[in-house]
Design a protein around this ligand. Structure first.
Ligand code: AP5
Length: 217
């Protein structure tokens, strides 16, 4: 299955992508995680991306397109993938369609996580990430067993620098301007499935499980 998760920051795309990836055995490709790892490792791409990510702006399309096209050529993508955070602009969507078309493939599902601003703010302000394995927690909704420590690997939890009020506002603005138009782009291709991102994580997973489970049959 070739899937895109689209939705505003904090909609729960990453959280759901991790469980769907495990259940259906397809890789979760988060462009945000790839960029944060590159920034942490001070790679040339990370150094270029840092200022954009910190301000909540978009990293240039040509950089993102290269990253994703190369990633999709890896063997684990043979039976499908979940793209989380890409495409984010029309240019990226066109590039993705073209790259898949060259392999005689296409996107099958685009899940649109419709989420209210109130919920987004609460989720992002309480989010904590593992420095080591990038596991995602929330201080109220999904707390780790031991405060500040990742349940899975014992790594230290931290707050993403772009999860502050000013940057969240900018990320929401950028989402509305650059990414929201893609919803219509995929609706026209008959690939769009709208889900309620405000639901709690288990309820949302049940819905996704049904959607993708039916496809598997
Ligand atoms: P990215 O990492 O993709 O950030 P984002 O799109 O802003 O999405 P988030 O990671 O904030 O939210 P999410 O929907 O995954 O929510 P999560 O599951 O964590 O991108 C970061 C930056 O990188 C961008 O701003 C940009 O600069 C750059 N970038 C990345 N891709 C790019 C591209 N293609 N082009 C250009 N630039 C790019 O959940 C949030 C919190 O809520 C967590 O604490 C979680 O525990 C909790 N939670 C999740 N679901 C639920 C639920 N259902 N109920 C209750 N709590 C929940």
């Amino acid at each position: 299955m070739r899937i895109i998760f689209i939705g505003p920051p904090g909609a729960g795309k990453g959280t759901q992508a991790k469980v769907v990836s495990e259940k259906f055995n397809i890789p979760h490709i988060s462009t945000g995680d790839i960029l944060r790892q590159a920034i942490k490792n001070n790679t040339p791409m990370g150094m270029e991306a840092k200022a954009y990510v910190e301000k909540g702006g978009l990293v240039p399309d040509d950089v993102m397109n290269k990253i994703v096209v190369l990633r999709l050529q890896e063997p684990d993508c043979k039976n499908g993938f979940i793209l989380d955070g890409y495409p984010r602009t029309e240019q990226q969507a066109l590039n993705l369609d073209e790259a898949l078309c060259q392999q005689n493939k296409e996107i099958e599902f685009v899940l649109d996580f419709e989420t209210s601003k109130e919920v987004i703010i609460k989720r992002l302000s309480g989010r904590r990430i593992c420095k080591n394995c990038q596991g995602v927690y929330h201080i109220k909704n999904m707390p780790s067993k031991k405060e500040g420590i990742c349940d899975k690997c014992g790594g230290q939890l931290y707050q993403r620098p772009d999860d502050n009020e000013k940057t969240i506002e900018n990320r929401l603005k950028v989402y509305a301007q650059a990414t929201e138009p893609l919803i219509d782009y995929y609706r026209k291709q008959n690939k769009l499935v709208e889900v309620n991102g405000d639901l709690d994580a288990d309820a949302l997973f049940e819905i996704l499980n049904k959607i993708f489970g039916q496809k598997r049959k």
